[in-house]
Design a protein around this ligand. Structure first.
Ligand code: EPZ
Length: 418
């Protein structure tokens, strides 16, 4: 097991190039199973979830090369439709493979997916959508087994705008017979990115980014080289961290449009923010003013994946804040860890009530999930004294070169074995 050792109170200043979006790269990797042609995905982050997704593709018989930040996948020799439990458990995105593996083999068998322990994380909407396309599904002994004679387009209405279910149905529908319509589809930018990738290899998908996505089935797909969108959650994490520590940061390969809800809040907190082309510039040299409330919502609302980081910031603002988590049932597991650092935070159901304190104090804390872990890191960087963040394997799932980028900004952070 590894940990971070952090000595806080250094200001953060400098430039960070934002990685390609983890939550774009993962469904795009799953989509490579749909074509026999070679696909290269560029500027791919070196993170555990990507490496595990590539391991799963190798397990299916795909050939992969991950070098120089690019991943090349060739699926022409894929010959297996089963994903072993130990791999499926590693990440939530393994479930996306249901759609593309069924499309290729008309069969699929996968253990229930893993991913951050932030709530129940059911897959009922995924399975209901696949059934509407003609898939027969059996769930037993922790496995989901699927088969179909063929995939036929249909009209699908999602009970809630699930990102994963939207993506899974898109992947299953691109080579189905006829037209598939997804109503109440998720609108996240990563779904628009998946649509752009699929159309680049010859699919006929439209409407991503709106609540209605239309997929016209095609016979065959090609190959391409593709640069995914930048990671709005990684970008937001560095912006919030700099706001907390004080200093000034320039993000490159960033897209401010995808972060408008966060930028609005940070300006309300008192940060100075400028935007030019693919750069976001943030400066803060004073104690922040609290925002009264932060409510997570599906895109374009405030992203649930920045909730923990924003709550950490609220802990050192002047004034009180209420943070409401509307998407996941248990996404405040980091709160007791922040209390060890002197935060005045009380969680009742889906609400966290925060009374800002001037400064947090270093402590030994435990990361319980990816974004909660990142929130503890930026809290420790802003805190007085020494902190240790344990079980940082959660953080390695989604942030490439986290300690290197933070050290380059002036943060005092090292990785050590426990
Ligand atoms: C994706 O997870 C992201 N993961 C999550 O990011 C992100 O928090 C989430 O979307 C919301 O934006 C990836 O893209 C790999 P959902 P996903 O299905 O697809 C309910 C991170 O930190 N639901 O949109 O699992 C579910 O319980 C990760 O990078 C059902 O009820 O999220 C939740 O309340 C964490 N039935 C809500 O929908 C289903 O079949 C949103 O979940 C599916 C979901």
């Amino acid at each position: 097991m590894e940990k971070y050792i952090i000595n806080g109170e250094n200001k953060l200043s400098g430039t960070v190039e934002v990685q390609s979006a983890k939550n774009s790269v993962l469904p795009i990797l799953a989509a490579t199973v749909l074509t026999d042609e070679k696909v290269t995905i560029c500027n791919v982050p070196e993170i555990t979830d990507v490496r595990n997704m590539i391991r799963i593709l190798n397990c299916l018989g795909c050939r992969s090369v991950f070098s120089g930040g690019n991943v090349t996948i060739e699926s022409s020799c894929a010959d297996c439709y089963e994903i072993p439990r130990e791999l499926a458990h590693e990440l939530r995105s393994s479930v996306f493979l249901l759609g593309s593996v069924i499309s290729r083999f008309h069969k699929a068998k996968i253990a229930y997916p893993g991913g951050c322990d932030i709530g129940l994380r059911p897959v009922d909407l995924h399975l209901t959508g696949l059934k509407k396309l003609g898939v027969r599904i059996k769930e037993d002994n922790g496995y989901i087994s699927c088969e179909c004679d063929k995939l036929t387009g249909n009209e699908i209405m999602l009970d809630c705008p699930s990102v994963g279910a939207t993506e899974n149905i898109m992947l299953a529908a691109v080579k189905a017979e006829g037209i598939t319509t997804i109503e109440n589809a998720a609108r996240e930018p990563e779904i628009e990115d998946l649509q752009k990738f699929l159309n680049r290899i010859g699919a006929k998908v439209s409407g991503a980014g709106t609540g209605t996505i239309v997929i016209r089935g095609v016979e065959k797909l090609g190959g391409c080289s593709y640069l995914p969108i930048s990671d709005r959650i990684e970008a937001g994490t560095y912006l919030i961290g700099t706001a907390m520590c004080g200093g000034e940061i320039t993000l490159t390969h960033a897209n401010a449009e995808l972060l408008s809800s966060l930028l609005h809040k940070l300006r309300e907190n008192g940060c100075k923010i400028r935007i030019k082309d693919d750069k976001i510039y943030l400066k803060n040299d004073r104690r922040l003013v609290s925002v009264k409330s932060v409510e997570t919502q599906p895109y374009p609302g405030f992203p649930t994946d920045l909730q923990a980081q924003m709550t950490a910031l609220c802990c050192i603002c002047s004034g009180n804040s209420i943070i409401t988590e509307n998407l996941f049932e248990t996404r405040f597991k980091y709160a007791p860890e922040l209390r060890k650092m002197g935060a005045d935070i009380t969680v009742i159901g889906r609400n966290a009530f925060v009374h800002g304190v001037p400064k947090l104090k270093g402590a030994t804390v435990v990361a319980h999930d990816l974004r909660g872990g990142a929130a503890l890191v930026i809290a420790a960087l802003s805190a007085e004294g020494r902190s240790e963040i344990l079980d940082i394997s959660h953080i390695d799932r989604g942030y490439s070169g986290f300690e290197y980028k933070l050290r380059a900004l002036g943060g005092d952070i090292v990785r050590a074995s426990v």
